[in-house]
Design a protein around this ligand. Structure first.
Ligand code: SDX
Length: 433
């Protein structure tokens, strides 16, 4: 990797006067880090950082975020340029291999992914074990976790070819698995992948085609879907990516690691926020109630938070939210939909961003704030929103997992703690309690 030592940090224990010198490591851009790997062995102290607000868990060269300036780069390329000029599989290649593919590499990568989109036929039986009203994220956790039972030949994490096959299988099969979860909830037959279609077009046909009529691809929706996938592909060491890395650090197979990532993404504070945003906008219902909900969001005694607002890293506008809003207008205009929820969302953003509470805390719309409105316009129920996020993020997860496995310094993740429970005491027999 491109790290380099650049000076030292000296810690002084004021109680004992002991001094400890810790190396500072610089990356190619962004904050330097204090290397605390020797801290415990030298000082008998742990660092303490619940939620890892000030902790770097790894070295990575995939994605860089400057939260203060609202910058997101994938291998150095700004997300705005990738969303405008690239496509999802090209970004997948960039994340996996570090460079945008040339024409020949692109054709081979697209072919290889395309020819992994089918699922083992027996996996279809898994769906029938779920209730029809099962949340599709529950189905995703179950089916993806079961993949290692069907693709055992690509679970040897120490074999580079097996790692590549597993990565391709996951990127290729996630749309098929997601579409089948949606079809199952509708009681409609599953659609097989069509190899003559692009990744986004194929995803749409598996989701929306029915046997009784020809499915016509809407190029505006296909472009919007491809852009949605690009915007959700990877995002540094967020909760679900850290989950995948921690699971993978024990040597667990990649299918199980991605299933763990899906479970973490489901939370409303993370990937589940897009579904929560739409539910929130529906509950607000009308512009006249926006101020009431902004007041609730500011009330410390009220657990309500403005869903789709705020971010652990971005203290400026999430660059993905800007692209998402543009896409929103394009899709709604093309479909001739005048969704009052979009106007409501824009009113909510305006009021919140003029409010001292949100300004002081640098709370801006994040990637989830507008995405639900596009997905609703495309015909998705809100229960499918996080599924689409998981389809896209699988590429980031597996690229981060591959980077970790191929990092010679990686070891099993095993944080410590500040123990505040009872100290040692003697067992009291039942009759004496
Ligand atoms: C994603 O990490 C990633 O990269 C994630 C993601 C990705 O691509 O992987 O970008 C995707 O998860 C986007 C975030 C989606 N979640 C939501 O939209 C849910 C609503 N947002 C909040 O839950 C919150 O903003 C978080 C969870 C996103 C971030 O929380 P932090 O970093 O722990 O910040 P915090 O809770 O410490 O908030 C700081 C202050 C607090 O107030 P004070 O204690 O200082 O008085 O801001 C307040 C919070 O109460 N606050 C909010 C708020 N978000 C933070 N108040 C009202 N509404 C909100 N949405």
């Amino acid at each position: 990797m491109n790290e380099k030592n650049s000076g030292t940090f000296t810690l002084i224990n004021d109680k004992t006067g002991d001094k400890y010198t810790l190396p500072i490591i610089s990356g190619t851009t962004g904050p330097d880090v204090i290397d605390v790997r020797r801290l415990y062995s030298e000082t008998d102290h742990f660092t303490f950082d619940p939620g890892y607000t000030s902790t770097g868990s790894c070295e990575s060269s995939l994605t860089y975020i400057d939260g203060d300036r609202g910058i997101l780069l994938h291998r150095g390329y700004p997300i705005e340029e990738l969303a405008e000029q690239s496509n999802f599989l090209e970004l997948a290649h960039l994340l996996l291999f570090g460079e945008l593919p040339n024409q020949k590499e692109s054709e081979k990568f697209v072919h290889d992914i395309t020819y992994h989109t089918m699922l083992h036929e027996q996996l279809m039986n898994f769906y029938r074990g779920f209730r029809r009203d099962a949340h599709p994220m529950a189905i995703m956790c179950g089916v993806v976790g079961a993949l290692s039972a069907f693709y055992h030949d690509s679970t040897d994490i120490n074999d580079a070819h097996a790692r590549m096959v597993a990565s391709y299988r996951l990127i290729a099969k996630m749309p098929t698995i997601a579409a089948m979860a949606y079809k199952y909830s509708l009681g409609q037959p599953f659609n097989y992948p069509q190899n003559n279609l692009s990744y986004a077009e194929n995803f749409l046909q598996m989701l929306f085609a029915v046997p009784s009529e020809e499915y016509k691809i809407n190029p505006v929706l296909a472009r919007a879907m491809d852009r949605l996938l690009i915007l959700h592909a990877d995002h540094e060491q967020n909760a679900s990516t850290s989950t995948v890395r921690l699971a993978g650090s024990s040597g667990a197979n990649p299918f199980a690691c991605i299933a763990a990532g899906i479970a973490s993404l489901w939370g409303p504070a993370h990937g589940g926020a897009n579904e929560a945003v739409l539910n929130m906008l529906t509950e607000i219902g009308h512009k006249s109630r926006v101020s009431e909900f902004v007041k609730k969001a500011k009330d410390k005694n009220d657990p309500f938070r403005l869903m789709g607002f705020g971010h652990r890293v971005y203290k400026n506008y999430d660059p993905r939210a800007k692209v998402m809003m543009q896409s929103c207008h394009e899709v709604l205009d093309d479909l001739g939909i005048d969704d009052p929820l979009l106007e409501l969302a824009m009113e909510l953003e305006t009021i919140a961003r003029e409010d001292e509470y949100f300004i002081e805390r640098n709370l801006y719309p994040n990637v989830d704030f507008y995405s639900g409105i596009i997905l609703k316009a495309m015909g998705f129920p809100s229960s499918m929103f996080t599924v689409l996020f998981a389809v896209a993020r699988t590429t980031g997860w597996i690229a981060q997992w591959k980077e970790m496995i191929e990092d010679p310094t990686q070891k099993i993740g095993r944080p410590r703690q500040l123990y505040t429970g009872p100290t040692a005491r003697t067992y009291t027999p039942l009759e004496q309690r």
